[in-house]
Design a protein around this ligand. Structure first.
Ligand SMILES: *Cc1c(COP(=O)(O)O)cnc(C)c1O
Length: 390
């Protein structure tokens, strides 16, 4: 048969995590007692008042198209929230609501990158970034980091990677998969390099609310007009409000970029789901008490896991203060992450995500978006597995 598949699809890397994940799911389905550390979403339910607002919107007939970049109410509520909480002033016309933060990131890359442009991405990275860049015909330029710098890149490293083709720098703090949080000073130092060299910054701040004692979140666009002019801020509802299935995220950008993305979205997805947007308004304007409860629970799990992991011979894990992931270094055990994950699943029935998926051959990712019972049992098994190999 004639090959109908476009080159841009062929350039995509099939998900490396799929093999391990599929096996874990099959084992679970077969009734095996699998401990999962793979979760990429909070294990809490969406707060009730948010669900009620969406249900009420549905009941009163909010079932039609909305403006393609979101309802005026939601765009205004987001602009108000960005001013109040992030310290950044945007007009509602600069805010675009998309079908998830992932879609917002895709829109930014698609709207700003020409074929052949270079996009700088620190590793370990969120696995979708390089693939989005390739889909746009641009070229991912990966900057490796290590435990020694808490997986953070330095301004010198960034400067050395910039060429005349560099268009975009993707910054994710707090980070998935490393959990690292850049300080305000670190962010601004990187931002100044981008300003000097004329590189746009995509600041993915989807984990802004998941920050543990000792760290604070800073939005780079709030650092001053020169930062604001060269930063696109991406946030969403999935992580902070446990709304992963609702598919709602947003970005705020300088006017010309927002306009370009508005046009792209109007000819591709059109608006995100109408009544889901009504729920999102309630998320931003209603009570925020759930954060306290969730953060207390995440903090407890994080501290426990960190202490257990670092007590395992041959394993080290940095004290990452954001998101809900830890990225232990298992390289001393002599197994590549993929092999480590396969053997761990077969031998001890524990599912972790191999680092190869995120651009590291020394780490595995463990999520703590799961119950304490699962975490305790899973760590007992991981410890037994590693002790045999240390
Ligand atoms: C979860 C996540 C997103 C966005 O998720 P959506 O469900 O599409 O809103 C964006 N960036 C990172 C790094 C994430 O982990």
């Amino acid at each position: 048969m004639k090959d109908f598949v476009a080159d841009r699809s062929k350039a995509l890397t099939p998900s490396l995590t799929l093999a391990v994940d599929a096996k874990a799911k099959a084992m679970k389905a077969a009734g095996e007692d699998v401990c999962g550390f793979g979760a990429g979403e909070p294990d809490f339910d969406t707060p009730q008042h948010i669900k009620d607002a969406a249900a009420a919107a549905l009941a009163r007939g909010m079932t039609k198209y909305t403006p393609s970049s979101g309802t005026p109410e939601l765009r205004q509520a987001i602009a108000d929230k960005l001013a109040r909480k992030n310290g950044i002033q945007y007009k509602s016309s600069q805010v675009i609501v998309s079908c998830g933060g992932k879609h917002s990131c895709f829109n930014v890359v698609f709207a700003t990158c020409n074929p052949g442009d270079e996009v700088i991405i620190p590793a370990p990275y969120w696995l979708s970034y390089p693939e989005m860049v390739k889909m746009a015909g641009a070229k991912p330029v990966i900057l490796p980091t290590s435990d020694a710098t808490e997986f953070k890149i330095t301004p010198e490293q960034l400067r050395a990677a910039i060429t005349p083709r560099s268009k975009l720098f993707i910054l994710n703090s707090p980070s998935n998969p490393t959990g690292s949080v850049y300080t305000r000073a670190e962010l601004e130092a990187l931002g100044r390099v981008c300003i000097e060299k004329g590189v746009l910054i995509l600041s993915d701040e989807i984990y802004e609310d998941l920050i543990y004692p000792g760290a604070t979140h800073h939005s780079l666009a709030s650092s001053g007009p020169e930062f604001y002019a060269q930063t696109v801020t991406v946030i969403g509802f999935s992580k902070a409000y446990s709304m992963t299935g609702w598919r709602l995220g947003y970005l705020a950008a300088p006017e010309p970029i927002a306009k370009a993305i508005d046009a792209i979205q109007s000819h591709s997805t059109s608006n995100p789901t109408s009544f889901a947007q009504a729920g999102a308004v309630a998320a931003l304007t209603g009570p925020q008490d759930h954060f306290k409860v969730w953060l207390a629970e995440f903090t407890k799990r994080r501290n426990y896991m960190l202490q257990r992991l670092n007590a395992i011979p041959g394993v080290t894990c940095i004290d990452a203060k954001g998101a809900f992931y830890l990225l232990p270094n298992v390289s001393k055990l002599g197994l590549a992450p993929m092999e480590f994950s396969k053997q761990l699943l077969e031998e001890e029935k524990v599912a972790v995500v191999p680092g190869e998926a995120f651009g590291t051959d020394r780490h595995v990712r463990l999520s703590y978006a799961s119950s304490m019972t699962n975490i305790e049992k899973g760590l007992d098994r991981i410890e037994r597995f590693c002790r045999k190999r240390a």
